[in-house]
Write a protein that binds this ligand. Structure first.
Ligand SMILES: Nc1ncnc2c1ncn2[C@@H]1O[C@H](COP(=O)(O)OP(=O)(O)OP(=O)(O)O)[C@@H](O)[C@H]1O
Ligand SMILES: [Mg+2]
Length: 471
């Protein structure tokens, strides 16, 4: 982080200084060009005074007073053959005079400034132009040259200072980058320290978001949200294991008690047979309970894939109805199945039957003689809906929100319930959720209960045929 901060800040300094340097170089060059042009104009004006005077050979002239503000300006006058008529003393040693062909090639309209190196290697700017007005011995040319050594010297000094500025800003940027990174990381270190201290026993701890900078407050809130969810899941898991231990303790204690009593004295073969039969029943209950728990645990992790098939829902409900018919008539309850024929959906047959079976067995268990239980199915845009209604005792509103929880039973305290573990509706919910569906329950005490399962519409295979076909 420090390196990134330092590098980016340094890169900005480099860009800014380079930009300033190039602006300066350009500005100086333009200024020189303008100076040169002004000097050329001045020189032409001053030379106007010597109009008519014949210059027969090379003469040395000092720069006119107007030109003397810069000692590094040279002026030369030439005739059309390139012969020098007069020039600033010392100019010949520095700037070579243009040849005749160079003079002929001069573009009168665009005064072109040339950059050249003098004989001694000094940088010069020169500008050549014809002197206006006709003369008997042909055209004359004036050349103005400017020594840029001083500019170069200034730029070299400026560059030297730039290097010093760049060097010290690199050190400064690294230092500031380090300080920013450190102060930025300090709250993160606090968060990570807090996270390190969180254990199963301290899941209630939260990261205080108030003192944090705005950028990290979101992170702390996300982290706290995660802790909320973890704490809740953890509470569920530990509640679940408590319940499991509790549920298993009762039948195992029963088993132990029966065996203990049987072994306390010698018994007849008939007595042993009876005890063994009772033990077998307990074992069956325990193994059923364990099977259900395993099923729920696997559903939570969705480790078993669903075995979906195009199920005729009406037929499946009729099969379940037939299975429970005997139990219903024994209890004096009327069991009816009402379904649209050929209602098809992609469902796991075994799980579907288990879910509906659990609902029917609940309904039969809570409906007194003379009542009725109805199984109905319908299809629509939202998918397929199955309803199991009864005219039984109903569930009080206090209990209703909890009936899908594991081990939740309405009627009696857990210890008193021998047959029911309170897992039936939890299994139903888990099956429907695995199919991507939803469960809903409505109940009125003394009137009856209705549980509705909604399985979403799903396409069969890859051919794109709808799973739900109503004909
Ligand atoms: N149709 C219903 N009418 C009245 N009460 C119901 C009905 N269905 C469920 N309940 C109540 O909801 C509770 C939870 O039902 P659930 O099926 O989960 O457990 P259970 O039937 O007690 O045990 P299990 O199904 O595991 O043998 C039950 O204790 C029961 O009191
Ligand atoms: Mg049940």
């Amino acid at each position: 982080m420090t390196v990134w901060y330092a590098l980016s800040a340094f890169a900005m300094v480099v860009v800014a200084t380079s930009l300033l340097y190039f602006v300066l170089v350009n500005g100086m060059y333009r200024e020189d060009q303008r100076d040169l042009a002004d000097n050329l104009e001045n020189a032409i004006l001053l030379l106007g005074a010597s109009r008519g005077t014949e210059l027969s050979g090379p003469v040395s002239v000092r720069p006119a007073p107007a030109l003397r503000h810069r000692t590094d300006i040279y002026v030369r006058v030439m005739n059309g053959d390139g012969r020098t008529l007069m020039q600033t003393p010392g100019m010949a040693d520095q700037v070579r005079a243009p040849t005749r062909s160079e003079l002929l090639g001069i573009d009168v309209r665009h005064r072109e400034v040339r950059q050249i190196l003098s004989r001694t290697g000094e940088p010069f700017l020169t500008l050549v132009a014809p002197i206006p007005g006709a003369r008997v011995d042909g055209p004359r040319y004036i050349e103005v040259a400017m020594d840029r050594a001083h500019d170069e010297y200034l730029l070299a000094r400026y560059r030297e200072r730039l290097w010093i500025v760049l060097g010290s800003s690199l050190v400064l940027c690294s230092l500031v980058g380090y300080l920013i990174a450190r102060s930025g990381m300090r709250p993160l270190e606090g968060i990570s320290h807090k996270a390190e201290l969180i254990r199963a026993t301290t899941l209630h701890e939260r990261i205080p978001a108030d003192g944090l900078p705005a950028e990290l407050r979101g992170l702390a809130e996300t982290f706290n949200g995660m802790l909320d969810r973890l704490e809740q899941s953890f509470r569920h898991v530990s509640q679940f294991s408590d319940d499991v231990a509790h549920e298993l303790r009762t039948p195992i204690n029963n088993l132990r008690g029966e065996i203990e009593v049987a072994l306390s004295k010698a018994r007849s073969q008939e007595d042993y047979r009876e005890v063994l039969g009772s033990c077998f029943e307990e074992c069956t209950r325990i193994s059923r309970l364990i099977r259900t728990l395993l099923f729920l645990a696997r559903s939570d992790t969705a480790s078993d894939a669903l075995q979906r098939e195009a199920l005729d829902v009406g037929e499946a409900l009729a099969t379940i109805g037939a299975f429970y018919e005997a139990a219903a008539s024994e209890g004096g309850v009327l069991l009816r199945v009402a379904s649209i024929p050929h209602l098809r959906a992609e469902l796991d047959r075994t799980l579907f039957q288990q879910a509906i079976g659990n609902l029917v067995s609940n309904a039969l268990a809570h409906t007194p003689a003379g009542g009725s239980v109805e199984l109905a199915a319908a299809g629509g845009e939202q998918g397929i809906q199955i309803a199991v209604r009864d005219t039984g005792c109903g569930i009080a509103p206090d209990h209703l929100p909890h009936v899908f929880e594991r081990f939740y039973r309405v009627e009696q305290a857990r210890t008193g319930s021998e047959e029911n573990a309170g897992l039936g509706l939890a299994v139903v919910k888990s099956i429907v959720t695995r199919h991507g569906g939803e469960v809903a329950i409505e109940s009125r005490v003394g009137k009856g209960t209705e549980v509705r399962l909604t399985f979403p519409q799903r396409l069969i295979g890859s051919a794109g045929k709808p799973a739900l076909t109503i004909s």
